[in-house]
Design a protein around this ligand. Structure first.
Ligand code: ANZ
Length: 735
């Protein structure tokens, strides 16, 4: 054999096997199989214009290794891929270039798909889906309607940051001193009619469900903190000389005797009714422009204004002043606190700043003393330890009808409306009324051509009938947001207004957020193409829950909480049979540039997967990304090390190419069995870098032999296959 014959021609070999797998549908998942199932899921990508980046393959290869390994072990494997394809960038691109977002999206999907195929991932492409497919949108809308009918989707006036110039609602982080971060346009805090999903009704279930999950500890913690269940006591302070009560929420009722003032959030309904209104109003307006994070940061100097009123202490009957301050949040607890400066850090800073009294009621170290201890200066409660005192004070308050046990959550209901084009239309319609408030008959006037003489009755939302789903987006070239807070669809009047049974009706013009489509895609893969149901009972039972879910830690809360919420809801409705969708979850670590910094165009440290594949091959890219370090670790790209895995690949091939029918010697046999044990246990634990190290040792040994025993080479090829599948196939066929 000449040198050249021996050279591993990865470009031709990889292409050949990829074509083979596609032609043979090697990775088709079988419905109704006798085999045990394994469902390996990737977080599906947003098909951006930039194409695949080097971080994508890391998670995809990891789940692919498990999928291929389980298949080899006799499992019926479901390993699908799809596209999270609604969202802002395609719409922004449309506004800038006039290209319809659907066109951009299709083009980008084409690029992504080509790139993923070049990696040799074992997807069942027959199950591919895009959240923008009409057939998928239909069921996303259907699930929304299930929520609507169960009373979990409702309209609410929600104060939002509305920027008329940009024609959109902005997040708190996008507003700086009342101006939009982008473009410096004025932003007003205005109540807007929004669709809200009542995820708070699922707070306890979402919390309880976390206990049984094999998820990263940090992600479980993030979800628990996000839900933020807090047990405490609500206490009513009567406003002196009035009939109103200020109700506060406290986790330390044992410190009630040390409450020396009461603080209302600037948004509190009583804030502008207790005197000193001008200052309070000015203060509240300024607070409305700050983020909650800024307001509550411990390090911030505390600001506030006094009202002219006092509250009556429920136990002592003493007067305590009522203040307004923005370190108290309007949307948490009751939006008011009893301030105990001796034992709470923020209250202490505030009392110091404004000269308010500080009374110690828990024995212990320096003030503020925030640990538990024993009650002092607390009358009948003196001598009680914190735990007992909490109960005793709460009991006393309940006797006086001035308080009770209370649980609060940090979790807020989910604002589900977007005033955008490129999303699923919310499948709801409303009656149109004439100027007398009666249903507007066809022929009276045409709401498509005039803006006057009629009104939409938002108080009577009605579901679009299921047989009319999907409710599709209208075709338009006018995607730009505008001055109408109802969103850009409100301008497309031929779509918005229609006649039914002789009367005009109006469609909802808000669309769903991008989160909607990613809430249930893993269900659809298991029964893609089912026209009659979003998933059949049988396929749900056969495939769900997902056995392994791999994706970025940036989704620790929102996506992973929203998806769990929809799934738990569907479970309660008897539509799915498992309460939790994702049994095991793993986050791949970020891949940094060679300089140890986050990859970015401006730094010039971006590695392009297409180039790596062209130069070294897909197997080399796969092996390198798995060999860089533990899957979850953050790690820098080091191009020089790619040649190390290339040498390994070539060595495996050389060994197999010269395999001989000779009896296996003892040294080789011991090493082989040790390797089999290590590689299989490592794969089960997703310890891919150490599995590859072991395979390197084995391949070096075999390649160093004059006549490597065929039996050992076959095992090597099998073990290498999940990591470097083209190599595995090639070796197997050579053997
Ligand atoms: C009196 C007190 C005394 C408190 C003390 C703490 C220590 P978590 O654990 O996060 O639930 N609080 C209540 N509502 C608030 C709001 N809307 N904005 C800001 N702070 C609020 O925190 C509960 C505690 O946070 C409550 O207990 C209250 O302060 C404060 F020695 O009440 B505490």
């Amino acid at each position: 054999m000449s040198e050249d014959d021996n050279k591993y021609d990865f470009l031709a070999i990889e292409k050949r096997w990829q074509e083979y797998w596609e032609r043979e549908k090697t990775f088709r998942a079988e419905d109704d199989s006798e085999k045990p199932k394994y469902y390996a899921l990737d977080m599906f990508p947003y098909p951006s214009g930039a194409g695949l980046h080097i971080g994508h393959p890391e998670g995809y290869v990891a789940s692919d290794i498990l999928a291929r390994y389980k298949k080899a072990c006799g499992f019926n494997v479901l390993h699908p891929m799809g596209w999270d394809a609604f969202g802002l960038p395609a719409e922004q691109h449309a506004i800038n270039t006039g290209t319809h977002p659907r066109e951009t999206t299709l083009k980008n999907i084409g690029t992504f798909k080509r790139q993923l195929k070049a990696l040799g991932l074992s997807y069942d492409w027959d199950r591919e889906l895009s959240t923008t497919d009409p057939d998928y949108v239909k069921w996303t809308q259907w699930i929304f309607l299930q929520l609507f009918e169960a009373g979990l989707a409702e309209q609410k006036e929600v104060p939002v940051n509305w920027c008329p110039a940009l024609g959109t609602v902005l997040a708190n982080e996008e507003v700086i001193d009342g101006l939009s971060e982008r473009g410096d346009h004025p932003v007003v805090r205005a109540p807007l009619r929004q669709w809200v999903l009542k995820i708070t009704e699922y707070a306890d279930k979402l919390l309880a469900g976390l206990d049984g999950l094999d998820w990263p500890a940090g992600t479980l913690r993030s979800q628990r903190e996000w839900i933020g269940r807090s047990e405490g006591t609500s206490v009513k302070f009567q406003v002196k000389g009035g009939t109103e009560d200020v109700e506060v929420f406290t986790t330390r009722p044992d410190t009630l005797m040390g409450a020396t003032y009461v603080v209302l959030a600037p948004e509190h309904p009583l804030a502008l009714k207790l005197g000193n209104e001008d200052s309070v109003k000015e203060y509240a307006d300024a607070a409305a422009r700050k983020s909650d994070l800024d307001r509550t940061a411990d390090a911030k100097t505390k600001t506030g204004v006094p009202t002219d009123s006092y509250a009556v202490h429920p136990l002592t009957g003493e007067d305590v002043p009522i203040w307004v301050a923005d370190y108290v949040l309007g949307a948490y607890g009751t939006g008011a606190v009893m301030a105990v400066p001796a034992h709470d850090t923020r209250d202490f800073a505030f009392a110091e700043a404004f000269g308010l009294p500080i009374v110690r009621v828990v024995d212990g170290g320096d003030l503020p003393y925030t640990d538990p201890g024993v009650c002092v200066n607390s009358g009948e409660f003196d001598g009680l330890k914190t735990g007992k005192a909490k109960k005793a004070v709460t009991y006393k308050l309940s006797q006086l009808e001035r308080g009770e046990k209370k649980v609060t959550y940090k979790l807020r209901d989910w604002v589900f409306s977007r005033q955008r084009y490129w999303g699923e239309p919310i499948p709801i319609t409303f009656p149109v009324l004439d100027s007398n408030g009666a249903p507007l008959p066809e022929g009276a006037l045409d709401p498509r051509v005039t803006d006057e003489g009629f009104e939409i009755d938002f108080s009577k939302p009605e579901a679009v009938p299921v047989d009319q789903l999907p409710l599709q987006l209208p075709e338009t070239d006018d995607y730009a947001p505008g001055e109408d807070p109802a969103g850009c669809l409100a301008r497309i009047k031929d779509w918005r207004f229609y006649v039914e049974d002789g009367y005009w009706r109006a469609r909802e013009t808000n669309t769903m957020p991008q989160w909607a489509g990613s809430c249930w895609y893993y269900l659809r893969y298991a029964d893609n193409g089912n026209d009659a149901e979003f998933i059949s009972q049988q396929n749900d039972k056969d495939w769900l829950p997902v056995d392994l879910y791999v994706g970025g830690a940036e989704h620790a809360v929102l996506h992973l909480l929203y998806a769990r919420f929809w799934h738990l809801f569907l479970y309660d409705q008897n539509k799915v049979q498992s309460p939790e969708p994702f049994r095991k979850l793993v986050h791949q670590g970020l891949i940094l540039g060679a300089d140890g910094e986050k990859m970015s165009k401006s730094r010039g440290n971006v590695v392009n997967p297409d180039e790596v594949i062209a130069e070294h091959g897909a197997d080399a890219l796969r092996l390198y990304e798995m060999f860089m370090g533990p899957l979850e670790a953050v790690k820098p790209w080091q191009t020089a090390q790619v040649s190390g895995v290339v040498r390994f690949r070539d060595r495996v091939f050389q060994a197999c190419a010269k395999a001989a029918d000779v009896a296996i010697d003892e040294e080789t046999e011991v090493l082989l069995h040790k390797s089999m044990r290590k590689v299989t246990t490592d794969i089960d634990q997703l310890g891919f870098n150490t599995a590859i190290s072991q395979l390197m040792v084995l391949s070096k040994h075999l390649e160093g032999m004059k006549e490597p025993p065929r039996e050992a080479c076959e095992k090597l090829a099998l073990m290498v296959s999940p990591f470097a599948p083209h190599l595995g196939e090639e070796c197997w066929s050579v053997l």
